[in-house]
Design a protein around this ligand. Structure first.
Ligand SMILES: [Zn+2]
Length: 434
């Protein structure tokens, strides 16, 4: 196990990843050697999780129910804190607990647990089973540790949500503008004249072309709050699996205009990695080059279509393709904190314990997770309640929020509330911001 990853987790817990080592290292030690205690203001005692012979084996998995320290569940160690010579000694192993969540350790050990798309289901995860998936538990450990440190030891955390990413995956920019769309339009009994208009007329007529309305909603929030960005993830073709449909041509006039619309407003454009490249991650590089060619600029962010970043080590391919930040880390079937944190974190490979260069921006809430019958199946009221609960939990730790709303979720539909919910959530959000 590399010392580097453990040191990184210590700095992450303190919210000090940007600070030089010598500015925080004496604040939090990770040792059970009493001779070392006096070097630190606080010390977490290792529980044995990282020990050779234990790490990577099934008996290293935490047992339910979890023990709690000051109301917070932790995965390893004992709920005891003592003071020895002015140093707080914490026997709850918050370093191993945070590492377990941040590194997707559970997904490595439970390879046999996957849904039909090869994804680890949120409902099977320890955070869900232990009842804390909608809490950024690692960030909450950080708040707790600060209480054990002398005041002013660290820069203060923001009071409120620090940063918001309003993100959109462009899976289907249009419903009726392809030849298949024309056939669909006729099948939907929209009439020949209207169907031809959909195919050949202005894109604004298409029900999925909700971009002006979407950007206006986003703009209202970004005008109000400086700590807010808008991003869009485009598919770059390349995927030949049924779940990669509909495919669209980035060089077509419609897609060039759409890319122009996003770029003209200074929005971030990222790669929506195809379902097929999720199965064969080495294809990601080609898709990235294709998108860069089409949008005439470099692309350094990504999110997997269907959130199909399957195995923890698959993400190495993103690094090799030159992606710097990926935002696939949410569960498709449950909203909340797949990595146990709301903050962007460096990739840790649980198999090797090595730190990668890729940054993972946690995805907090995906629109269809709330409503889809395969996922949470919530009605409007419940969905809004759960989303606001998550906003509140991030506000309390001064963390970050990433929303994913698809353009077609904003299309009018009699049985979908997602468009209305998006507008209502963005209206409510300023009260939670830092
Ligand atoms: Zn997608």
């Amino acid at each position: 196990m590399t010392e580097e990853a453990i040191r990184y987790v210590r700095s992450f817990l303190l919210g000090a990843v940007q600070l030089p080592y010598n500015q925080w290292e004496s604040l939090l030690g990770y040792t059970d050697d009493p001779k070392q205690f006096s070097h630190y203001k606080s010390v977490i005692c290792p529980s044995g999780f990282f020990d050779k012979g234990n790490y990577g084996r099934i008996p290293s998995m935490p047992l339910l129910p979890l023990k709690k320290l000051e109301g917070l569940p932790f995965l390893f160690g004992e709920p005891e804190v003592e003071e020895i010579g002015g140093t707080k000694i914490i026997h709850a192993d918050l370093v191993a607990s945070a590492y377990f969540l941040l590194s997707r350790y559970e997904e490595m050990l439970r390879r046999e647990v996957r849904d039909p798309h090869g994804r680890f289901p949120g409902k099977q995860s320890l955070p869900y089973r232990a009842g804390f998936l909608r809490h950024p538990l690692v960030d909450e450990y950080g708040l707790l540790l600060r209480r054990y440190l002398p005041e002013g030891s660290l820069p203060p955390l923001p009071r409120g949500i620090r940063f918001v990413d309003l993100s959109h995956d462009i899976d289907a920019p249009f419903l009726y503008r392809s030849w298949k769309g024309l056939a669909r339009s006729l099948r939907d009994r929209r009439g020949i004249r209207r169907s031809l208009q959909n195919k050949f007329g202005r894109p604004e007529n298409d029900p999925y072309y909700t971009f002006p309305q979407m950007l206006e909603t986003d703009r209202k929030l970004t005008a109000l709050a400086g700590n807010c960005v808008i991003s869009a993830y485009f598919k770059a073709g390349g995927g030949n699996k049924p779940f990669d449909k509909p495919r669209y041509d980035l060089d077509s006039k419609d897609l060039q205009n759409l890319l122009g619309l996003f770029k003209g407003q200074g929005l971030s454009i990222g790669l929506h990695v195809s379902y097929e490249a999720g199965l064969h991650p080495r294809r990601i590089r080609k898709e990235k080059l294709r998108l860069e060619e089409a949008c005439g600029g470099s692309v350094s962010t990504s999110r997997h279509h269907f959130l199909c970043a399957r195995e923890p080590e698959d993400m190495e391919a993103l690094e090799k393709a030159g992606i710097l930040v990926d935002s696939s880390m949410g569960y498709a079937d449950q909203i909340g904190f797949r990595l146990g944190t709301s903050r962007t974190v460096r990739r840790i490979d649980p198999a090797t314990g090595k730190l990668g260069s890729l940054l993972l921006e946690p995805l907090t809430i995906m629109d269809c997770t709330l409503q889809d019958e395969k996922y949470m199946q919530l009605d409007y009221g419940e969905a809004k309640k759960y989303c606001l609960e998550v906003f509140e939990n991030i506000r309390r730790v001064g963390g970050d929020l990433c929303l994913l709303w698809h353009n077609n979720s904003l299309a009018e539909s009699k049985d979908a509330y997602l468009g209305r919910l998006y507008a209502d959530l963005l209206d409510a959000l300023p009260a939670y911001l830092a």
